[in-house]
Design a protein around this ligand. Structure first.
Ligand SMILES: [Zn+2]
Length: 166
């Protein structure tokens, strides 16, 4: 499945394309559960293939750029690399630098996507945010459902127990 178009993009499309998009969205909404199951089944059945594709997409900057533009829309690769410079290669949240891409391009048994910062984005709209470390911060945001209220409560909770320590 491709990425979601933004409302601004849709406004620029001709009527035929707008109709097609609306039809797809309706179809997806009505068949959500079944489609999700099908995607999951496909992912399980094609695990190795997906992995190989993902490794290839993260291996070189050129491939990574193509992947970003395809996944998040044209201009996403420029956004990523401009942001990378601005953040000086560090995670926008914890400041960690991903492991150096020591064997990038040679060994397919490791995970090259852990060696690049992840493009953080709002999951519903695909709106691009900063770059964050894939191992911890990206996962943490996902586990906290990207909900600032939950993240604050988590911080409060840890601090409370630090104070309450006996
Ligand atoms: Zn981080």
């Amino acid at each position: 499945m491709g990425r979601k178009f933004t409302p601004e993009e849709i406004a620029g499309f001709d009527e035929e394309k707008r109709r097609r998009i609306a039809k797809c969205r309706r179809y997806y909404a009505e068949n959500r559960e079944r489609l999700r199951k099908e995607v999951k089944a496909y992912q399980v059945a094609h695990r190795d293939q997906i992995r190989t594709r993902k490794i290839a997409a993260y291996r070189t900057e050129e491939a990574h750029r193509k992947y970003l533009d395809k996944t998040y829309g044209l201009g996403a690769a420029d956004h990523y690399y401009a942001q990378l410079k601005k953040q000086r290669g560090k995670c926008a949240i914890c400041g960690a630098v991903p492991k150096r891409a020591r064997r990038l391009g040679q060994d397919s048994s490791h995970h090259p996507w852990t060696e690049r910062l992840a493009q953080d984005h709002e999951k519903d709209t695909q709106y691009l945010r900063g770059l964050i470390c894939p191992g911890y911060c990206n996962r943490a945001l996902g586990y906290a459902r990207e909900d600032p209220a939950i993240l604050r409560k988590m911080a409060d909770y840890i601090e409370l127990w630090q104070k309450e320590r006996f």
